[in-house]
Design a protein around this ligand. Structure first.
Ligand SMILES: NC(=O)c1ccc[n+]([C@@H]2O[C@H](COP(=O)([O-])OP(=O)(O)OC[C@H]3O[C@@H](n4cnc5c(N)ncnc54)[C@H](OP(=O)(O)O)[C@@H]3O)[C@@H](O)[C@H]2O)c1
Length: 238
């Protein structure tokens, strides 16, 4: 069975997507900031007979990324999903969660950039040889439609939007630079979903999002590298 490594594995889209791969019998490296308090994730790991392993990873902390690489050694990773993400302190559906022009908190904006762009790139650079050593060789950087300039007819999200646009730029470049090695790199929009981040009035349920994400990822090949894909199988403009 293939091997998945996923960040942000303790809740929201990360945890629920992980459960689908667990059901399929994949070997899973589940990364989150606080494994000790990840009760639901620990239950999945405990029931997996050793197939699901938890790792402490804070994508803002390079030392935890180095520790993860040391622990993994040369272990092949078929699919690396950078799911961990940060919007700010309010859900997308709350008025302050819209992050309108004029009230930008620049500390939050910097934190979003560290978590949503620098962190995923650090993880990709640390683990690229693990991905290269696998059969599928797929990297999914979970972005957002909010990172698309071409699809933006709303504005707002001044703290979050640039970090996802930057992640798109990084992933586009990785697709160009890693294609010759057979590695697929994809920026991915998971849908406006009812998680802690999306809030209760978001468009879709978590189950709908992760089922859609997995259906798309099941079909991804190197021919898709650099495409800005969505949970419905569509493609977004940059
Ligand atoms: N929900 C939506 O509508 C939506 C739409 C577009 C894109 N997205 C993207 O989809 C991804 C998953 O979002 P979600 O809705 O599942 O969000 P969520 O419910 O808020 O979960 C966020 C996850 O990221 C983790 N995380 C935050 N900061 C971290 C750090 N420094 N290091 C490691 N992990 C960290 C959180 O861990 P802790 O529990 O430790 O905080 C949690 O596991 C994100 O990248 C998000 O930007 C979501």
């Amino acid at each position: 069975m293939p091997t998945l490594l996923i960040t942000g594995a303790n809740r929201g889209l990360g945890f629920n997507l992980l459960k689908l791969y667990d059901q399929d019998g994949w070997t899973i490296h589940a990364c989150c900031r606080n494994p000790d308090s990840a009760i639901d994730l620990k239950a999945v790991a405990d029931a997996s007979g050793g197939r699901v392993t938890l790792h402490a990873l804070d994508v803002e902390d390079p030392s935890t990324i180095a520790n993860l690489k040391n622990t993994l050694g040369d272990t092949p990773i078929d699919m690396l999903i950078n799911m961990a993400g940060y919007l700010g302190e309010k859900a997308l559906t709350e008025p302050e969660g819209l992050q309108p022009f004029g009230v930008t908190d620049f500390d939050i904006m910097e934190k979003a950039y560290r978590i949503n762009c620098i962190g995923p790139l650090r993880v990709c650079e640390a683990l690229v040889e693990n991905v290269a050593a696998s059969q599928k060789q797929i990297i999914i950087n979970v972005s957002s439609i909010v990172g698309s300039i071409g699809a933006d007819d709303f504005g707002n999200f001044y703290m979050y939007r640039p970090s996802k646009a930057a992640l798109n730029a990084v992933t586009h470049a990785m697709a160009l630079n890693l294609k010759d090695r057979g590695i697929t790199a994809i920026p991915f929009h998971p849908g406006f979903t009812k998680t802690d981040m999306g809030g209760p009035t978001a468009d879709i349920e978590i189950e709908e999002s992760v089922t859609g994400i997995k259906a798309v990822l099941d079909k991804v090949t190197i021919a898709d590298t650099g495409r800005y894909l969505t949970w419905e199988g569509g493609e977004l403009p940059w």
